[in-house]
Design a protein around this ligand. Sequence first.
Ligand SMILES: Nc1ncnc2c1ncn2[C@@H]1O[C@H](COP(=O)(O)OP(=O)(O)O)[C@@H](O)[C@H]1O
Ligand SMILES: [Mg+2]
Length: 200
Amino acid sequence: MEITIKTDSGDATSEVGRKLGSLISSNINHNKTALNKIAIALYGGLGAGKTTFVQGFARGLGVPENYYITSPTYNIINEYPATIPSNINNDSIINKNIGNQNIDTSKKQGKYLDTLTLYHLDLYRIGSPDELEYIGFDDVVASDKSVIIIEWADIIDSQHKNIIKFDIKIRIEIDHHFNRVISFIPYGLDSLNLLNQFAV
Ligand SMILES: Nc1ncnc2c1ncn2[C@@H]1O[C@H](COP(=O)(O)OP(=O)(O)O)[C@@H](O)[C@H]1O
Ligand SMILES: [Mg+2]
């Protein structure tokens, strides 16, 4: 199964990212057996729109507006907190570091919030998969309650593909009108169910 969406502007590419982010935000962690962490691979050449996609994705996921989502080309790993809705009725959860404003709102609405970490990676400057151990890649992969999204995931070749298991692979291509063709491939039933909601 593959879902394809075409966009005709940077804003539209970002909006598709936002949609996927918010879908993940409302599905992750609500069922402890499924989707308590997610890894996404982003493929596509320089200027395809990978970072633009992640900028929307981060907002949809619940990264607050005051965090500017920059390209991780030089840092390799950028990390952001995200606030997600929770259906777990537990006061200790809302006492976490999610900002006073959010706590107030959640109490008013009688809803609870949870947090997760968004790891945004760009492996463009990684010469070989062997270098991944020096950037703390293993820790990112092992982290709990996280969403990992990786630009230039191509560097993880077939010999090293067991170092991370991607739930969704996304490819962005530029067509001859300079529109972007964004394709999503799910791996596993949970991702398939998620993307099926995305398609409607
Ligand atoms: N559908 C589109 N049509 C035209 N321009 C787009 C589209 N999607 C994204 N862009 C633009 O393409 C550029 C992509 O840059 P960026 O997201 O940094 O690419 P990458 O991270 O893949 O190198 C941005 O200027 C963005 O606004
Ligand atoms: Mg980029």
